[in-house]
Design a protein around this ligand. Sequence first.
Ligand code: DGJ
Length: 725
Amino acid sequence: MKRLFLAAIALLCVAQLSAENYEITTKNTTLLLRASEGRRVEFVYYGPKVNKIDEVFNTSSQIGWNAYPCFGTNCTCEHALAVTHANGDVSLELVTYEVKQYTDPDGGRVWEFLLKDKVFPFYVKQFYKAYDDCDIIKTWTELSHTEKKDVMLNKFASAYIPVKSGDIYLNYLAGGWGAEAQLFEERLLPGRKTIGNHDGARTSFGGNPSFMISLDGPAKENEGNVLGGTLSYTGNYDLSFVKNGNANHLEIVAGINPELSQYYLQPKEVFTTPEFIFTYSTEGKGGISRNLHRWARNYHIIGGKEPRDILLNSWEGVYFRVNQEGMNQMMQGFAEIGGELFVMDDGWFGDKYPRDNGESSLGDWVVCEKKLPEGIGALIDEAERNNLKFGIWIEPEMTNTKSELYEKHPDWVLRQPDREPSKGRGGTQLVLDMCNPKVQDHVFNVVDNLMQENPRIYYMKWDANMSISNASSLYLPKDRQSHLYIEYHRGLMDVCKRIREKYPKLVIQLCASGGGRLNYGYFPYFNECWSSDNTDAVQRLYIQHGMSHFYPANIMAAHVSASPNHQTGRVVPIKFRFDVAMTGRLGMEMKPSALSAKEKEFAKRAIETYKSIRPVIQQGDLYRLVSPYEKKPYVSLMYNTPEKDRAVFFLFRRHYINDEWEEPRKMAGLDPERNYLIREINAENPEKKLAIEGKVVSGRFLMENGIRLSLGKDLSSVVLELIAQ
Ligand code: DGJ
């Protein structure tokens, strides 16, 4: 009876529904837009899922904002689009002429709003694509026109999101070399806050195009209303948060940074803005992270569902001192402790100019015969003898003035025709001009030649160690220099697409002096990211914590390096170093021969342990429990399978205080109705485990009361595995 009644209400509501409402829904959220022919598209509501009987459907627009506001006509709010028409007019007034809906075979449902200016033949297609299972919506636009001459795009954002009311706190990442992804939180007061970048190449140093907005005061981990967003764009970006002084609302505009990037749009050319990905959660920051992680693994990152190998990278072990014997020794040492993949970093190439330091050879991607007389093939043979896969380092977008490439093609670099170019690393590094199709072919060939000659290469580390410091292209016409930042990244992405079409299975790591390119724009082509050149485990607690807000563990390259650490000089026990690295994609960054016998024995066990928990870490749901930014001696986090039948819990003690003062360790994300067997894993001494070993505790107790864990020393840590009974 009750069922029938409910069905009747639903029918009634469908009948009452205005045809102008467009409900873009996911499992737990609704984005409600309103549009009708000849009128603008309105942004009505975005938040937790609403019912058709809820007032947002029946009243006039709750917020009444234009979903893609344009400069020049009745738009005193922020605008997403501003153009100068061929005749000098600077206004736009977009109205709807059609709305399309369809399912994308790659996953997700798409809504396409087709808009046209009331006066000029200027068109905008506004896309929204919803992914049900992870509560993600992405939006982007296509801009075009049939005016008689070029139209200048002055501002061309991907998204405009109005947010109503709240005590709004912004969470975002900023930092630089060796201190990437530091997390900041600030209350948004009236005025403008911008997260922006004009580095040109390494656009995640300084900031990151990702944010979370807590609507109910300072953000909490597992509760509270939070909206999160990230711009999937490898070039310069601008995310503005504008709080109007008169009203309690916030406008978010996200897109390519238009500064010094005015774009001349030709008649019939289509300009596609980058995708802006957003999500909403009532489960705090943690909910936003889990949604983004799931979406990224399922739909965005190339090979995002495949397990990532445990690798040893040669950089901190030998730096530029690469040779056959040294590589062989590292491979043999790594194989002995159970490693899976060996990566030879910088220093292997350069014939006329051997790459002995950062001053030469970029561009000359031939093996340095003095260092490696038997070539790459012999290294791969040795890797295979040791049951390891083989990877190699490249920095293909760059050159040094001391290189054969530069001698042959001095016009391939970004530079002003009449100025001495400013140089980067080693006083000689320059960025190649990715706008130039010949340079694009060269960069493609760096990968293609290596793969043709050595088809057994399994992995590449693609580095980029310079910003665009000479903002001028010798290839682009003089009156199109403002296209440089955009064309550079179009060229780069075109090359990445070509590489992926030919080598879909090659695993490629994204690196830019560490985490300088951490950005979703890259991940359809790159499988993972080198998080930072700072490998100090204590510092990594901060860097990886920041990254984890937006990016999943399977892309987070985390390597165990030597102690004392090369960046900070800190002495950190091997267990702590491994435990921190095991919260991401585990690897090593040292000579295995530098490990003592006892450490080696531990490393072997740790690698074996990681193999068994890898699916939970790399594909699981992350729950951050104690942040490194809290004034507490501990940091804690855990990963749970989506089925909640298995979890791995980490606790790190940064420094000693009397444990009596410490609260019990509460967990999260477990099934309150199930009991869990607790096992200490990766123990320093497998014969001497914590008192909790083997106990069965209910999920409810673990989450509501928590367990006491006494760790003892500074820089000690514990890892527990929980298995549902
Ligand atoms: C910067 C990277 O972040 C390091 O890991 C290493 O690959 C060096 N470049 C090599 O020059």
